[in-house]
Design a protein around this ligand. Structure first.
Ligand SMILES: Nc1ncnc2c1ncn2[C@@H]1O[C@H](COP(=O)(O)OP(=O)(O)OP(=O)(O)O)[C@@H](O)[C@H]1O
Length: 617
């Protein structure tokens, strides 16, 4: 086991690593923006051209929301005004700016790429896109054609940075006993000595879900009995989230207050949906635009509108909307200035009323759910929680996990994850250990987005300080396996598919649940022929030695093809054809389209494969 960690130097190292990571991300985006024209960026899905402002209104927090649609001049009469295909998604940070004329010089176009009003994408529809502007008094370009370009997202870095800076500055006397355990300065409290006694109350729990398997029940009991930390190790499909739901219900029975987080919105929404089935009253923090429609009823935003105090907030909102539309009608500079001043006052008023309403709701809630990033927002800052629970914890940077841990008052942490799967994606090379597999590569480079996961990841040793060392890893290295319980029955894979990961990664501990262990395509509940392809749970195609040349997407674009990444995403035409043949064989045997998934780590390969024809009966 490892030596205790010195907290200020830990925070200082994190700050350096985060800084390098942000720089890597920014320089990647800036390089893209400065070396491509708006048209090339649009073709790559990173920009949208030929937009007009169709409306401006006031959104959550009194911020300005701009709706954009396609400029009527570029829509052929009779056609639908759908925005052409693009890769800009809700939550992306974008700049909105005047579109350079087609005749503008290339350099002029490039300069424009870094100016403009910045905002966050709120909603993406076929014929419109909505942006929330960052600056309250931003002057939206209102006439002429506009274009929108995706920028690097530094918001999450700012919050991690603030968190690590605060951690670095804390004085020794400010460390809570809980924090000392998280840094190995103290050991976790031992489990109650009578825990093995069959009469211990934990062995008489009333299970909400009696179908939980033995390892899941053990994990719940362990997490309930642990005083400071409990790690739930869930290999794929072993019911990690399923187990967390039971744990949350049990903790609520004990009248404890919980903060439940995950690294992504979808990881949090997944829990909200499952808790909702148990009718648990809860509050989901986070921007409604980023939440699944099914969880909106639990979102703070919706609850704020439906509660009693909501009417007061709505009054001010209406007044602000009226002011906003009057700005667009006046060309007089002095009048505009006055309207901006009025808006500023109204915004202040709006925020105060909204805060009152929100505080009541959040403080009264026994379960608050948010992304790790969202848990650092003002809604929960300083509030007390008995337990912080983090799902998908191995997908989060450690600095991200410290957002809830440092800004709320908590004394117990439950992490659920699988430290043996891929760590979070890192772009800065200097924050990684040299990957053995990269030493032999002539042109090793880190590609962007999803594709970087295609590179063979090598787990860094937990003792080393890299961004990829997660909190889960570090705690295990500090305190050893006694702080962890592993879920061992998986409900997803045929035994033959499971065997390799189980042997290689999970010490052969995985067990396939009865209803999946010998499940084959030929035994689907509908008619599927018994063929070579439907009889085997796992089939390998050896493509080595054949004519299976790879090409990059850039080469495709140069040849006039359509790409979506401007990067070095790779594709292999012959492999795509092989996959298509296999899928066609399955389809011929009667397997339905919704039961087939084609998975590849490269964006370009996804698109390449999708262009092939597959015939279903
Ligand atoms: N005790 C159980 N009995 C039957 N089915 C179960 C049990 N526990 C989990 N499952 C099923 O196993 C599947 C995986 O569960 P869940 O999504 O909770 O797992 P996970 O470990 O969080 O998954 P992931 O691998 O995506 O992280 C689900 O379909 C769930 O219904």
């Amino acid at each position: 086991m490892q030596e205790p960690t010195d907290i200020p130097s830990f925070a200082a190292t994190q700050l350096t690593l985060l800084d390098a990571e942000l720089k890597a991300e920014l320089s990647e985006t800036n390089a893209l923006l400065s070396s491509h024209t708006p048209t090339a960026l649009a073709r790559a899905g990173l920009a949208i051209l030929n937009l007009n402002v169709s409306s401006i209104r006031t959104g959550l927090g009194g911020k300005t929301v701009v709706e954009l649609g396609l400029d009527p001049a570029v829509v052929t009469k009779g056609d639908k005004a759908d925005i052409p295909e693009h890769g800009i998604r809700v939550g992306d940070i974008v700049a909105l700016q005047d579109q350079p004329a087609g005749s503008a010089k290339k350099t002029e176009k490039r300069e424009l790429a870094i100016k403009g009003v910045e905002g966050v994408v709120l909603r993406v529809k076929r014929e419109a896109i909505e942006i929330i502007l960052d600056k309250e008094d931003a002057d939206v370009p209102s006439a002429g054609k506009l274009w929108l370009v995706k920028l690097a997202n530094d918001v999450t870095y700012k919050r991690m940075n603030q968190t690590m800076s605060r951690l670095q500055k804390l004085e020794d006397r400010e460390y809570t006993p809980f924090m000392r355990v998280l840094f190995g300065q103290d050991s976790p409290s031992p489990l109650p000595s009578d825990l093995n006694d069959p009469s211990h109350p934990l062995h008489k729990l009333e299970w909400n879900d009696p179908s939980l398997n033995h390892s899941q029940k053990e994990a719940v009991k362990f997490a309930l009995a642990s005083r400071e930390i409990a790690l739930i190790h869930g290999p794929p499909g072993t019911g990690k989230t399923h187990t967390l739901i039971e744990l949350i219900l049990q903790l609520l029975k004990q009248k404890l207050r919980l903060l439940v987080c995950g690294p992504s919105n979808i990881s949090v929404d997944n829990i909200v949906e499952r808790l909702a089935a148990h009718k648990v009253p809860m509050i989901r923090l986070g921007h409604p635009a980023r939440l699944l429609p099914s969880v909106l009823n639990h979102s703070l935003d919706v609850l704020t509108k439906t509660s009693d105090a909501a009417a007061l907030v709505q009054d001010v909102r209406k007044e602000m909307d009226d002011k906003q539309s009057s700005i667009r009608k006046t060309r007089n500079a002095r009048e505009r200035r006055q309207i901006y001043a009025d808006l500023k006052e109204l915004r202040k008023e709006y925020r105060e009323r909204e805060k009152g309403c929100v505080d009541n709701l959040v403080q009264g809630s026994k379960v608050v759910l948010a992304t790790l990033h969202g848990a650092g927002g003002f809604h929960v800052k300083g509030q007390e929680f008995d337990v912080v629970i983090v799902d998908e914890a191995s997908q989060a940077l450690e600095a991200q996990c410290w957002v809830p841990l440092l800004w709320v008052k908590a004394s117990k942490l439950v992490l659920a994850g699988d430290h043996l799967q891929l760590p979070p994606t890192i772009k800065s090379l200097n924050s990684k250990q040299t990957k053995p597999s990269q030493k032999n590569k002539k042109d090793a480079k880190v590609s962007n987005g999803e594709d970087s996961r295609a590179e063979t990841p090598v787990k860094p040793a937990a003792s080393s300080t890299t961004l990829e060392t997660t909190l889960f890893d570090r705690l295990l290295a500090l305190h050893g396996p006694s702080i962890k319980r592993m879920l061992t029955t998986q409900y997803r894979m045929h035994e033959a598919i499971m065997r390799f990961p189980s042997n290689e990664l999970y010490e052969s501990k995985l067990i396939a649940a009865d209803f999946v262990k010998d499940r084959l395509l030929k035994d689907m509940p509908y008619e599927v022929e018994d063929t070579d392809d439907t009889r085997e749970p796992i089939v390998f195609f050896d493509t080595q030695g054949g004519d299976f040349a790879e090409k990059t997407e850039e080469e495709e674009i140069k040849k006039g093809g359509k790409g979506m990444s401007l990067g070095d995403s790779k594709s292999n035409e012959a492999e795509a054809a092989l996959v298509t043949m296999h899928v066609n064989n399955l389809a011929k045997a009667g397997v339905k389209a919704e039961d087939i998934a084609v998975v590849t780590p490269y964006n370009a390969q996804v698109r390449g494969t999708a262009m092939h024809d597959i015939v279903f009966a």
